[in-house]
Design a protein around this ligand. Sequence first.
Ligand code: 9WN
Length: 439
Amino acid sequence: EAAAASGTGRRARLRRAAAHVLLGNWTGTATVPSRALYPHQWSWDSAFVSIGLRHLSPRRAQRELETLLGAQWGDGRIPHIVFNPSVPLGAYFPSPDFWRSSGTDRDTGAPATVETSGIVQPPVQALAAWLVHLADPAESRRRGFLQRVYPRLAAWHRYLTASRDLGGGGLAAVVHPWEPGLDNSPSWDAALARVEPAPRGSFRRADLHHGSPADRPTDLDYARYVRLAATYRDHGYDDARTPHAFAVEDPCFNALLIASEHALAAIARVVGADEGTHRRRAEAATGALLDRLWDPAAGFFLPRDLVTDERVPGYGVSGLIPLIVPGLPEDVAAALVRTARGPRFRLGEVRLVPSYDLTAEEFDGNRYWRGPSWFNTAWLVHRGLVRHGESGAAGRLRAQVLDAAHRTGFAEYLEPYTGEGRGVRRFSWTAALALDLLS
Ligand code: 9WN
């Protein structure tokens, strides 16, 4: 009884602390990932944040997504950053004067009244909208939430499945390492090596004011990120006209697109739109995911580099995320679970799920997406484990997430072996997703 009571006390403390982080990072219309390092609104962060916020205030969770969708471009893209005009330009790089979205004179239809980036992030938004709706369907109906977001989410998915099917095989491509959200993963090294770095001194990083350089991407990475983004910008963010030096089909990005397409089908049903179209799209994309990214010899999903038209060898956490895809063949799911438990990810032995193969030469337990464990990918793997009946492994992962989130003061990521926090603290999606797993 005493143990149960202390468990209840711990949960209540964690809930309060997580709520405190989310309140502190709320700007009045949306949540910043971190007041220090990321003082604007990010697309996939907002989606994850709304999944946690729905337990505190379903209304605020709806608002979070509505604000993001309010910055949607005419061509359907949801920008990866929506800039807060009251934050000084120098607080984050690249700032609005780099992206120049409102000055875009092409057909992309960037909003005139809000500044945004021109690239995208993984499509978690429709899945988040559906989960937010489910938290309080009456409030959602009262505000007409799903009616309002459905056309925008549908346009977003149309953009991804039409303009971003650069390989022509039925998957969406990412054209910048910031787009899959796993910025400096070793999976992008070979593709990125072909990119001519922007000249030294042509840009000034702001991230190093808040983070240890050993925990962040390198200057050379940044020089290439800048070149790719500037090239896209200088081609009016037009996907057909831009000579994409980096174009990759990423398993996590596409798994989220499929899960979100299923969520959109559920939303369509509620708002009286055509559910079947979304189900058919989801099934077609699942077929394409298996055809193009499943590597039977590796027993793993690998990104496809569209410049070489080859799969990228190596085991990144992205390859585990298709576990969330409804209707994944059972033998494929079983192989993924085996890999997750094996020496490369050591699920249940090290903290959460490392972002890259522990046995690889490129693994670095401190440097951002080159090894550290992140809470959003752990939440997704947890969801996949539950889907495939792996309740023991899911329960252990959940306990690790809750413990690590609280113990580290909601760190951005963790060194997988020691569990020490890395990056910033009071990081929004860490708080939000811990809250979701607690509820
Ligand atoms: C660039 C905000 C974002 C996350 C990404 C993470 C990091 C940005 C940066 O922070 O990327 O978009 O400045 O490094 O890699 O996943 O969405 O939290």
